[in-house]
Design a protein around this ligand. Structure first.
Ligand code: CMX
Length: 147
């Protein structure tokens, strides 16, 4: 895979506004982007810490993956995303190595990134995301600033 860095850590929360408040007031971080991802049934809030982002995830649908995760396990770390190049090749490599894929082809994730998930059942219980930045020059220049 040869990831260059941890692109983001996804954290499932019940209430995005309360969680943003916590990261801003207690950690002194600034939420630089809030984005809805209707196809994934989540609303996301982003913070940058060095080269890595914290991605807060609030479900927008009781049947969505984040709502089901919170129902089963409570709030907490939901996934870890690795920045890779040539994501299609990396997915093929994972599949050929016996890793169970959730996405066999990349799809659009938050901030215009190409993303694909590996199933936690074949990654020692951690939901892993591969992502490739083909469309914007994050993390130093976020695609969309808050209004
Ligand atoms: N981390 C670790 N394990 C997880 C998990 C997670 N985030 N989500 C689910 N699981 C586990 C469950 O606990 C369950 O384990 P057991 O069988 O031992 O009970 C198993 O995986 C199956 O989970 P499930 O609740 O039955 O849920 P589904 O099979 O319907 O879906 C998953 C699980 C991972 C395939 C689904 O949540 C998914 O496709 N996730 C990827 C999409 C996503 O999460 N999008 C939101 C992120 C937004 C973004 O960053 O862009």
């Amino acid at each position: 895979m040869n990831p260059s860095h941890i692109e983001h850590i996804g954290i499932a929360v019940e209430n995005l506004n309360s969680a943003i408040d916590f990261y801003e007031k207690i950690f002194g971080l600034k939420c630089y982007n809030i984005e809805d991802l209707p196809e994934q049934k989540v609303r996301t809030g982003f913070f940058l810490v060095g080269q890595t982002k914290i991605e807060l995830l609030e479900s927008t649908d009781p049947e969505g993956p984040v709502a089901k995760f919170i129902e089963k396990r409570g709030e907490g770390i939901h996934h870890i995303a690795f920045a890779v190049e040539a994501i299609e090749e990396k997915l093929k490599f994972a599949e050929n190595s016996g890793v169970r894929l959730i996405d066999t082809v990349p799809r659009r994730g938050a901030e215009g990134l190409q993303i694909a998930f590996l199933h936690p059942k074949s990654t020692f219980g951690v939901l892993m995301e591969l992502c490739e930045n083909k469309h914007c020059s994050l993390p130093t220049a976020p695609c969309q600033l808050p209004t």
